[in-house]
Design a protein around this ligand. Structure first.
Ligand code: AMP
Length: 125
């Protein structure tokens, strides 16, 4: 089935600068900004600038350059926020809620980087 991207979703508006965001890192292909409703002391969202709904859409249609950049930006943010365990940080959780059962609210691919406290159990059982 074809992916149908909603160009009026909130992150598309952030990318078009129609609504403000607190940017922490940016490249030609990716943007990292603070979550407006943080679930942890550090809560950053990382999105590709291209119009991709979720990770499987991204991997299907994005260029190698976009994919490499997106993944590198995640790691750069983790380093910048001093979360990397191998750089003395206390670790982090990386989440990509996807679709209905993944309880994805915004239909533009985003990874959450959460840290600054013990994140507890992975999911509610
Ligand atoms: P998800 O449930 O994985 O789709 O997460 C969407 C996330 O986007 C939530 O954590 C929201 O708090 C966050 N969010 C929604 N609107 C904004 C906004 N304008 N700026 C920053 N984060 C936002």
């Amino acid at each position: 089935m074809e992916y149908k991207y909603d160009k009026d979703n909130i992150f598309a508006k952030i990318l078009r600068k129609e609504i403000p965001s607190e940017i922490v890192y940016e490249t030609e292909n990716s943007l990292a900004f603070k979550d407006i409703n943080p679930a942890a002391p550090t809560h950053i969202l990382i999105i590709p600038k291209g119009s991709y709904i979720n990770y499987d859409h991204f991997i299907k249609d994005a260029s190698e350059e976009e994919i490499v950049d997106f993944n590198r930006v995640i790691v750069e943010v983790v380093r910048q926020e001093k979360l990397s365990p191998n750089l003395g940080g206390h670790g982090y959780r990386l989440i990509a809620n996807t679709g209905l059962n993944g309880v994805q609210e915004v239909p533009h691919l985003h990874f959450h980087v959460l840290g600054g406290r013990n994140m507890g159990p992975m999911v509610v059982r």
